[in-house]
Design a protein around this ligand. Sequence first.
Ligand code: GLU
Length: 507
Amino acid sequence: MTVRVRIAPSPTGSPHVGTAYMGLFNYAFAKSHNGSFILRIEDTDQTRSRPEYEDGIFKSLKWIGLSWDEGPDKGGDFGPYRQSERTEIYQRHVESLLHNHKAYRCFCTAERLAEMRAYQRANKLAEGYDGYCRDMGQEESERRLKNKEPHVVRLMVPDLGECVMEDRLRGPICYDFKQIDDQVLIKSDGFPTYHLANVVDDHLMKVTHVIRGEEWVSSTPKHILLYQAFDWTLPEFIHLPLLLNPDGSKLSKRKNPTSVEYYRDAGFLPEALLNYLGLMSYSRPDQQEKFSLDQFVSDFNIDRVSLGGSIFDLQKLKWLNARYIRENYSPEQLWDQLSAWRLNSEYLSKMVPMMQNRLHTLGDLIPACAFLLATDVEHDPAILQSKNRDASTSAELLHTVLLALEDMECWEADLIKANIEKTASFHQIPIREITSMLFVAVSGMKVAPPLYQSMELLGKDMTRRRIQNAISVLGGLGKKKIKKLEEKWAAARHNSETISDKAVDNE
Ligand code: GLU
């Protein structure tokens, strides 16, 4: 058997370190078995997928040192490797499921489903689709299809019995069919759900081992049912433990930087980050903590993965990074790394227009802009805190800035400014009150180059990290406060969107 494995990221945000972690383990598994490693882009979520995020996935995987044998940019015998280009394939497969009564069309409206859910909740019944359209006759289903009535296609999950999923690391896991919903396979927009597209592609791309994160364990019974419905052979399932925040929760950008781009911009070396990911839930037979990709592959054994999750510890990563800087580079080679990072004319020259009117001598440039070249900055609470507010309210203001920046897809000074303005009107305070704090949060200094351009140059992930650090220097924010603030923010955003939609309608 030729081993074929894949990673299947969705291009819906900054490239995640979790994708690089899965990439490393899939790559090592493939290479240690002389197999193939595939990169597939799962972009069936049309509202959230973006080509620039896809580009970010390619770039960050390449930066960290991983390469793939087949993928959207490389081609291969089993393409296309981008799901949005495979809709006709999914449609064809779902037709065969409908034909064999393994799936059915569901015409339930959103209102009916909401009523059903409310009833289930009120009566403390198990939640999930109640099978209303399951027994609809073929004729009625065809007639309503011809009438172009909106519908989805659902998987017919047996009422009784159980599904046993074998996971190589976890052994058998048993799921009662009663726990499994009649999963939607095709959405009303005609696009497949993750479950259908993922299974069809894994089968057609001849994937032999599905190595993915633990968060997909509960989806696997649905996948197994699909394999059975198609009468296909199952791949082997291997679910790797999650990367964790230091408090043991799932690694999240609220508590830790999660974007590969952050680590690049903060000055980590790609091989140190890759090496660090190889220590997550894994120990090599020789217990060495510093190793190259080739060494990792040479004695890789997936059965050495230990369950339980791995804390992604920035201090340990820094320690490893320092070893690489000390041990792997001559000064000349290190200079090459520094100039590939930010010590190059492309990056430095962007500081010049920001600073030209503020320089007394040329030598003033670098001290004033040092924060744009630093991994972190120190925050002095005395100058950070808003003059008119206590520490907690100041932290809330900064948290709102995080929320406002969160949804930005295009990181440009003008757009950053527009988003910060939204936070000021949300709190009904002068923008100056927010920007003066933000200056300090981003630069660590009271006087700094223009704020929005600095944020643009620093990058989104670095900026977020600085603001998060500033919030913790101010004493942090409790979960309840965060939740309340986020709800209020979401409601205000929703209202302003409805108002601006109305304005457009009226034009
Ligand atoms: N698209 C899924 C993700 O974003 C893929 C999960 C899998 O590997 O099956 O991670």
